[in-house]
Design a protein around this ligand. Structure first.
Ligand SMILES: C[S@@+](CC[C@H](N)C(=O)[O-])C[C@H]1O[C@@H](n2cnc3c(N)ncnc32)[C@H](O)[C@@H]1O
Length: 248
């Protein structure tokens, strides 16, 4: 498990430093990256308003900000915020009366994110170092959790969903884009720490993933979008929404 975590950190340190990350989805050229992100559902206008370095560091597999229906004044938490692309988009949507927290475990990513925050002049944003399995966030304090292609990288997804449930206010929602499987990946792929860091080996079966969200206490678990992600592999990019109930 430590080996996997170390590989994940090494991979995303390289991404933060501008290297292409893992597969054809990761392009070092900003215009290629912008095109790739548009394919994932980011609008040209939204990307155009961001610092180039935030676009270049984007390493998601969907766009949770497009599904989250954010309102002014909300407190938003991004799990595995990377170079800050979704945090900065959220900061515009919740406005000056709202607040956005990004949590990431890779110091180089946090450094990139904080530089992007400064370039974007985003004052309603804070990036915190930490692990999504043990969030540095108060209980019952967040209106909305977003996350983009991160939970598949965790070796303890039950802890991630339990923590997400803990920090949400009653009635709060979680909107996550992530990779899941719809068939068997084969033993060689599943055992590879490299494939884990490339968002493949750690991907769970779609139905197991959804059940883990329910087991953590969430209700109204709804898949909002599903797209094939890797040609020739049983992997899809899924956007899922879930709610922490107001009672019990
Ligand atoms: C594929 S990138 C996605 C970054 C960002 N969400 C985006 O869309 O560009 C994964 C990010 O999650 C972070 N990460 C992976 N596992 C983590 C964990 N267990 N706790 C905190 N951060 C983690 C990595 O450091 C990296 O920045």
């Amino acid at each position: 498990m430590e080996n996997i975590k170390q590989k994940v950190q090494e991979r995303y340190t390289q991404v933060a430093q501008g290297a292409s990350c893992c597969d054809s989805s990761c392009c070092s050229d900003v215009s290629d990256k912008a095109q790739h992100l548009q394919g994932l559902g980011y609008s040209d206008t939204a990307l155009g308003d961001l610092p180039e370095a935030a676009v270049a560091a984007g390493a998601g597999c969907g766009n949770p900000t497009a599904f989250a229906e954010m309102k002014e004044g909300e407190t938003v938490l991004d799990l595995g915020s990377g170079g800050g692309i979704d945090v900065l988009l959220a900061s515009k949507q919740v406005g000056p009366s709202g607040f956005v927290i990004g949590v990431d475990m890779t110091p180089a990513m946090l450094e990139t994110a904080r530089k992007n925050q400064e370039k974007a002049n985003a004052t309603n944003v804070e990036f915190r170092e930490g692990e999504i399995e043990n969030l540095p966030v108060d209980s019952d304090s967040v209106d909305l959790i977003i996350s983009n292609c991160v939970i598949n990288l965790s070796t303890d997804k039950d802890a991630v969903f339990a923590e997400a449930h803990r920090v949400l206010k009653p009635g709060g929602r979680m909107v996550v884009s992530d990779l899941v499987t719809t068939g068997d990946l084969g033993e060689d792929v599943k055992k590879s720490a490299e494939a884990w860091a490339g968002c493949i080996a750690g991907a769970l079966d779609r139905d197991v993933y959804l059940q883990k969200i329910r087991d953590a206490g969430f209700s109204e678990v709804v898949v909002q979008e599903e797209k094939n992600y890797a040609e020739g592999m049983p992997i899809v990019s899924m956007n899922v929404r879930a709610v922490k109930s107001t009672c019990c």
